[in-house]
Design a protein around this ligand. Sequence first.
Ligand code: AMP
Length: 396
Amino acid sequence: MKPIPSGSTIGILGGGQLGRYLVIAAQHLGYRVMVLDPDPGCPAGQVGAQLLVGAYDDPSLIQQMAEHCVVVTYEFENVPTSAIKQLVAAGIPVRPGLKALEVAQNRVQEKTWCRNLGIPTAPFYPVANHEDFLKAIEDLGCPILFKTASGGYDGKGQRLLRDLRDSDSVWADLGAGRIPLIAEGWIAFTMEVAIIVSRSVDGDVTYFPVVKNVHDQGILDLTVAPAPVTDDVRRTAEEYAGRLAEALELVGILAVEFFVDSDGKLLVNEMAPRPHNSGHYTLEATSVSQFEQQIRAVTELPLAYPTLLHPAAMVNLLGQLWANTEGALPLERALAVTGSHVYLYGKKKPRVGRKMGHITVVAESPERAVERALKARHGVDLNVAERDGLDYLGRV
Ligand code: AMP
């Protein structure tokens, strides 16, 4: 390994919150950063990176990136592959890599890769036309989940069909027939967990702890580290994530999300070759953060061995918390909670469902961390949102 010398410039496609903490991690290691994002006010543009403003597939901006950067990475998976190909053609390595990106961009590909590698997923069918749609319903039965094969995130582009009488509206709402879909069997999971695997250019592989995730309406709401799982489940999660990282020739980090079914079996739901919302807790709770590990991998520095320093819980702060405020939350209430760390991403418009920030609480036990993280968020919630129906405390 010959690390990229400090002082060199790293390019990042995408300037959201994941990009913001990648920039900061790169700066800690002495690198300069250039970010490309269409929004001049993007979170990663506010922390000292050079910002290129424009479309991801604007050839002149990609050319500028190629001229200034020695390596390029990305912080979201819907980067146009044309941009990656242009960078690679100009001799600039793009990491984690094109293969990982192409697979993660398409849910059918993602699940097909898993299947070919002997890794379980929910039963699925690609849906290109009405015949496929009916066949999927016939084989999988209701409830059945339809998702757009690409482009969806945070539960967007998904419809659950519970009753056959609604099939026409699900078909129409998702633009089926024009847009490729995937049909997935509904998994009555007992828990959702995730793991982040990192792989170096030499093939060294390390794992972050397995965490438990709780989603609310398709959006991550809470992460608990470590997840309350057996050593067997942890080892299986590592084994599957490692197999995927190897097969994708990953250089960087990959987040893999799983369902745990009632028999304790792991099924892959999704993967993302980039830092992940469920890895924010690594900013304080592990010996290296997911962001630093990604920078280490892409610059060919040695990977760190991630260990959990303290149990932790992370809660997202979504735009609806800002309703009925004058633009600011009473953060002092969250900061008064023992072990809390509050992050705001510098986004100007707090739309419903938009990730504006997060709170991580480190504590002596995962249960205590969850309790305090919820308390911290409750404190800043002037609307005191009802969060019934989610199983936070019972099973952490
Ligand atoms: P996704 O965008 O695929 O990650 O889906 C968002 C969330 O919806 C997941 O984290 C689950 O909570 C739920 N979900 C997605 N797919 C399934 C499925 N096949 N069975 C049950 N729940 C699902």
